[in-house]
Every structure is written in C-alpha cells, then in structure tokens.
Design a protein around this ligand. Structure first.
Ligand code: NAD
Ligand code: DAU
Length: 360
C-alpha cells in the first residue's frame, strides 16, 4: 500500500479514515476523490497530520475518464471505496440517486481498476487491492432471538439504500470471481463519532438536545443497532488492508446493542452532566414520531471472524465513545452551525420531520 485512492473521503467515515491512515502509515500518499455532496465537508479534512502526502480531487465516482486519469497519474495501487449515498430515510424518499451512486459508481470504479491494474498491468499484481466499504444492512432485519449476522448470513436488504449497497457488494464479488480483481469487503454496523452529518440519529440527538429541541424517536424506539465508534472502524479497515485475505468478507461491529430509546436517554443524561443549563432534564425533550417505513428492527454483528483471523476487536465502550463524540460536537458548534444553515439541510428536516405526519 503506497498510493491510495480514497473515495468519499470528505464524508463522515472517509474523513476519519484519512486522519487515521496518515498517522498510522507514514509512507503512504492519499488521493481523496469526493463529489462534495450535501453530506461532505471540507472542514472534515482540516488539521490533517501530513498535507504533503494528501491530495483532494473534487469529482464523481461515476466519471470514468476522471477515475482512469487519477489511477494513471498517481499510480494508484489501493482503492478504499467509501463514497455512497448513505442515509436510509433519504433513500426512502428518493431512491434513484442511491442506485446511480452506489451501484453505477461502484461499477465504474471496479471497471476502471480492472482496466488499469489487470489489462494494462500498470502496478505489480501483488500490490493492488480494491477494498469495498459496505454495511450490515444488506443482511436485513433480525428478530429478538435470531443469531447475529455472520459473513454467511444470506442477503435480504430491506430499504432502497440497503438494496443498492447489496448490489454494489455483488458487483465487487463478481469482479473478484470473474476477473480475479483482488478485493476485500467489510460489512460494518452503525458508526458514530466526530464529523458525522447530523441527519443520522446520534449527532442529530446531540445537537437537538444541546439546544433544547425535540428529540424525534421513530415508532416505539425499541429498534436495536450495533454501535461502533468510528476510530474502531478505521482500525478494522486498516487491519483488513494489511492482513485481510484477498476475496474475503469481514463483518465489523461494536458489541454494543442498546435500543434507540436507551441510546437517546444516555445522550440526554451525558449532556445534562456536561451542560447543566435550562434544558435539564433533557429526557423531557424526547418525542415519539411516526415510524420509518419498512424499519429494520434489529441489527447485531458477529465479529468472530475478524477477531480470530486478524485479531481486531473494538476498543471503545459505548460510554467512552459517546462522551468523546458529544465533546467533539460541543467543541465544534461552528461546524454544526454551518450545516444547519444550509438550505438543503433545512429542507431535509422539514421533509423528514415537519411533514412526517402530514401536519406541522
Ligand atoms: P457520508 O454520507 O457521511 O459520506 C459519503 C461521502 O461520499 C460524502 O463525502 C459524499 O460527498 C461522497 N459521495 C457521494 N456520492 C459521491 C459520488 N457520486 N462521487 C464521489 N463522492 C461521492 O457516509 P458515511 O457515513 O461516511 O459512509 C461511508 C461509507 O460507509 C458508505 O459506503 C456507507 O454505505 C458505509 N457505511 C456507513 C456506516 C455508518 O454508520 N455511517 C456503517 C456501515 C457502512
Ligand atoms: O447499519 C449500518 C448503517 O447505519 C449504515 O449503512 C448507514 O449508512 C447509516 O446511516 C446507518 O443506518 P441507520 O438507519 O441504522 O442509521 P440512522 O442514524 O439513520 O438511524 C439509527 C436508528 O435510529 C434507526 O433505527 C432509525 C432511528 N432514528 C433515526 C433518526 C434519524 C430515529 O428514531 N430518529 C431519527 O430522527
């Protein structure tokens, strides 16, 4: 791993991974390709450890000419593919972009990599790798008694987002099987941490609770997610890039499975302690709202394979990770304000919440 192309590196996990990798690997160079959609922020890439090994390119993963130019110009040997439309609720209201970005974007990258690496043989085969970042949502929903998702759990995606990610996983697998493209895939559970766009549950609740706004909990709030602190996810991707077996898939999870309601209550209590102002007790701000259509009930990840084969396990407890996350948002209220002021964000909040029950 010398010259790494990271897609979607101005988003939440991608930007955390760039910070992580520049520190962890002092000899690699990174090209970050990102279309700067609503979910991206160039501020996420402030204060990088070593700017001399980092290049930002604004562009679309569906732009075949651009991808091929970048692969050649920077002699890319490793692609770490994060770029995606990532929010389930948005996929329910507008699925088409998810299909275009997540399926066609992944196809374009795979096909360009195949030409550059396998047909032109521009980099020694032993040095190349396409790593695809995927999600546990491809496995569908668990009942309260089902065993956790493993790498052999059948795919059963339920939302347009999950279906588009499942399709992209299948394409990656097909390029490995048919063309011998050296790939690895990680299917990860819900991440949280610094720099997450505040449309997702944890940052939305932190910022609303901080400023005394309603805390929207979908349905009965008894859904379960397997929360993973983003630094732990970055460490998992790093270990898979270094030691993962070509062609293998690894499930990554946090071993933290509270209900949504319980995580919202924990955030309220932590904020009450850190910011004891007029909004205490923040639990009174919790508001049950209409459920997400087709809402998956429970996710849980079995991390047995990545733990046994590569020695990875999450380091952060939920409490430590939440404290660090809340503190990051409190220290970056300017970052949050700039997101809140964007017209697209206000439009989204109105579409998803104000219009949720068809009333103001
Ligand atoms: P995000 O929405 O925060 O960031 C996505 C980034 O991709 C943005 O910077 C955006 O500008 C960029 N992007 C979107 N379309 C693009 C295009 N056509 N060309 C180039 N760049 C484009 O997402 P995230 O939460 O950081 O997720 C990153 C990846 O991890 C996604 O593939 C997602 O499916 C996967 N994942 C996320 C989670 C999670 O909990 N957030 C969990 C498991 C897997
Ligand atoms: O499981 C991995 C997936 O986790 C990733 O692939 C996705 O990119 C990521 O967005 C995330 O999907 P979720 O739908 O699980 O995350 P979200 O933060 O949107 O919601 C978490 C849970 O909280 C879910 O059960 C829905 C609920 N929720 C969410 C929001 C935004 C609420 O109750 N209220 C809300 O306002």
């Amino acid at each position: 791993m010398k010259n790494v192309l990271i897609t979607g590196g101005a988003g939440f996990i991608g930007s955390n991974f760039i910070h992580y990798l520049l520190k962890a690997e002092p000899h690699i160079s990174i090209v970050n390709l990102d279309a700067l959609t609503y979910a991206a922020s160039v501020d996420n890439l402030k204060n990088l450890p070593d700017l001399s090994r980092y290049i930002f390119v604004e562009g679309d993963i569906r732009d075949r000419t651009l991808i091929e130019d970048l692969l050649r110009k920077y002699t890319i040997d490793t692609i770490v593919h994060f770029a995606a439309e990532s929010h389930v609720d948005r996929s329910i209201l507008g699925p088409e972009l998810f299909l275009q970005t997540n399926i066609m974007g992944t196809f374009t990258l795979l096909d360009a990599a195949k030409r550059f690496w396998l047909e032109e043989q521009s980099v020694p085969k032993a040095e190349i790798r396409f790593h695809h970042i995927s999600t546990d949502e491809v496995f569908g929903s668990l009942s309260s008694t089902d065993p956790a998702f493993s790498e052999t759990t059948p795919y059963a995606p339920n939302s347009p987002y999950a279906a588009s990610k499942a399709s992209s996983d299948h394409l990656v697998r097909a390029y490995a099987h048919t063309y011998n493209l050296p790939v690895t895939i990680t299917n990860c559970s819900n991440n949280y941490g610094p720099r997450q766009f505040p449309e997702k549950l944890i940052p939305l609740i932190i910022l609303n609770a901080f400023s005394g706004k309603d805390l929207p909990v979908y349905g009965d709030g008894q859904q379960i997610r397997d929360w993973l602190f983003v630094d732990d996810h970055c460490a998992a991707i790093h270990v898979v890039l270094k030691h993962g077996v070509i062609g293998e898939t690894y499930n990554i999870g946090g071993n933290n499975q509270p209900t949504n309601l319980s995580i919202v209550e924990t955030i309220c209590d932590l904020l009450d302690e850190l910011v004891p102002d007029q909004h205490v007790p923040r639990r009174k701000l919790i508001k049950f709202v209409k459920d997400r259509p087709g809402h998956d009930r429970r996710y849980a990840i079995n991390i047995g394979k990545v733990n046994a084969d590569l020695g990875w396990a999450p380091k952060y407890s939920l409490n430590e990770g939440l404290r660090e996350t809340i503190q990051w948002y409190l220290d970056h209220l300017e970052w949050a304000r700039s997101v809140h002021e964007k017209r697209d964000y206000q439009k989204w909040i109105s579409q998803n919440y104000t219009e949720r029950d068809g009333k103001q």
